[in-house]
Design a protein around this ligand. Structure first.
Ligand SMILES: O=C(O)CCC(=O)C(=O)O
Length: 275
């Protein structure tokens, strides 16, 4: 039986996302926030810019989130029982900073094919319209990939400011989450987010993405962790899980993975007909 209800599955099919889904208590979300802030305090810069990717490789608590059985039950309802974790991203918007995310489709630049994958956005703090929650263009996942401009604009949290223009804002829906809830979104749904106008941080820990074992990386190389089931295709190298926080070897692995990821993101920009 599917972990997601018939209504939730319908929402994903019709709109390209499902939200909100209860996962953790507020206390657990706070504990996770403290672990993130401990790393920021002990290793300034480690989680900034390209360092915000794959923090689960140096944090046992974030690793635990990525392997959480409730999250995996929901993912299994969408992509099947053999599941790999192909990366994570911390989307942090601090108050008084100009952070936003331009409207884009993940499938445009992540290089994962076929689209048997899904992104889980786990709210570590509340996420709402005041502090810049994600907004989804409902139903846009049913159309082809769209043209994206590369804007490289100030404050844009996307590497190259990939932007779909002329998004009908009245057709977008805010994904309002309490700390400890998550949303799931489809690789081709158009989405973005506005500024954080609150006095606190907005933190999302994003498993980007959970992929079926049949999914290849066509723009470069990703290592993965087996989250559930068996990897009968073995398209990717398997990477270990952290035993302690900020372990030296794990820090090197994270750096290597993130260097590979930058190559994927920039390879995406050179594709013919792209951008
Ligand atoms: O956190 C945000 O505001 C945007 C996140 C995003 O684009 C994503 O998870 O794909």
């Amino acid at each position: 039986m599917s972990y997601l209800s018939a209504n939730q599955l319908k929402q994903y099919d019709d709109e390209g996302f499902v939200s909100p889904i209860d996962i953790f208590s507020k206390n657990k979300a706070n504990e996770i926030r403290k672990e993130i802030e401990l790393i920021e305090q002990k290793m300034p810069g480690e989680l900034d810019k390209s360092g915000r990717y794959n923090a689960h490789l140096i944090s046992p608590l974030l690793d635990e989130v990525a392997h959480d059985s409730k999250i995996l039950d929901a993912i299994q309802s969408l992509i099947g029982k053999n599941i790999l974790i192909c990366g994570t991203t911390l989307f942090i918007k601090n108050p008084n900073e100009k952070g936003f995310v331009s409207y884009h489709q993940d499938a445009k630049y992540i290089g994962l094919k076929p689209y048997n994958w899904v992104t889980a956005w786990v709210a570590i703090t509340d996420s709402n319209e005041h502090n810049g929650c994600m907004r989804m263009w409902a139903g846009s996942h049913k159309e082809d990939l769209k043209e994206h401009d590369q804007m490289f604009n100030e404050g844009n949290l996307l590497t190259r400011g990939q932007t779909v223009n002329n998004v009908p804002i009245d057709k977008t829906k805010p994904l309002i989450l309490k700390a400890g809830q998550m949303s799931l979104h489809h690789p081709t749904v158009v989405h973005g987010s506005d500024l954080n106008n609150s006095n606190d941080r907005r933190i999302g820990f994003v498993i980007q993405s959970y992929i079926g074992t049949d999914v290849k990386q066509v723009l470069g190389k990703n290592s993965v962790q087996l989250a559930r089931g068996i990897d009968e295709f073995k398209y990717h190298e398997i990477i270990g899980r952290p035993k302690s926080i900020m372990d030296k070897t794990d820090l090197k692995i994270k750096k290597q993975e993130n260097d590979n990821l930058q190559k994927i993101f920039y390879a995406g920009s050179k594709q013919k007909g792209d951008y």
